[in-house]
Design a protein around this ligand. Structure first.
Ligand SMILES: [Zn+2]
Length: 207
């Protein structure tokens, strides 16, 4: 996989561009693993923090995110109740896990993709990003997925199965911020992070 992207060792034998082998932030060899999870740049930590903080289910279900988690993200699944030592009745009675699993896939795939996009802007366009900008772009990416889901459920497919899928994917996360009305799916203002406590209020530029 590393050979297919113009990162790290790809540049070793390209005259005048050998320096591109190294991460511009911390000067490690820049592999995809380094970019997505290992680089100490604050944007990596901030984005994975946002994903974990937005996850509305048990923190025990949130995976330790590494490169393997991201590559296998489509098949990640939280542990079914019968295989767990459940602490309380509410958890034991948790309904179908397809919604939480779907949210997990969305949070991990969108976060990884945004980290990659920001890295390219940083190293190719020499842009810097403030904490607030990173946070806004992350929320925008997640809310685009939510909005697409709502539109498909309420205007395109308009069937119960899709409504249930969208409901079980997003309702738990939205309920932490909203008193959800019954018709929340048709309300374009009901988004993630609109009423969120300010996770980080600093606004300096990060690398
Ligand atoms: Zn780095």
């Amino acid at each position: 996989m590393h050979g297919t992207f113009m990162i790290g060792e790809f540049w070793t034998n390209i005259q005048e561009y050998e320096y591109r082998k190294w991460c511009a932030v911390c000067h490690e060899v820049e592999t995809m693993e380094h970019i997505l999870t290992d680089c100490p740049t604050e944007s990596v930590r901030l984005i994975w923090d946002l994903a974990r903080e937005t996850w509305p289910h048990s923190q025990d279900d949130w995976p330790q995110v590494d490169f393997g988690t991201i590559l296998g993200c489509g098949s990640l699944a939280i542990t079914p109740p019968e295989n767990r030592d459940w602490q309380n009745q509410a958890e034991r009675n948790r309904p179908n896990l397809s919604g939480p699993n779907r949210l997990l896939h969305i949070l991990i795939s969108e976060s990884a993709y945004l980290i990659w996009v920001l890295r390219c802007e940083r190293s190719i366009q020499l842009k810097t990003h403030s904490v607030q900008e990173i946070r806004n772009r992350w929320l925008r990416a997640i809310n685009e997925r939510l909005t697409n889901d709502k539109i498909i459920a309420t205007r395109i497919k308009r069937n119960g199965a899709m409504m249930m899928s969208v409901d079980s994917t997003w309702k738990a996360a939205l309920s932490r911020e909203w008193e959800l009305p019954p018709n929340w799916m048709t309300d374009s203002e009901v988004l993630v992070g609109r009423r969120a406590r300010n996770v980080r209020s600093r606004d300096e530029h990060v690398h």
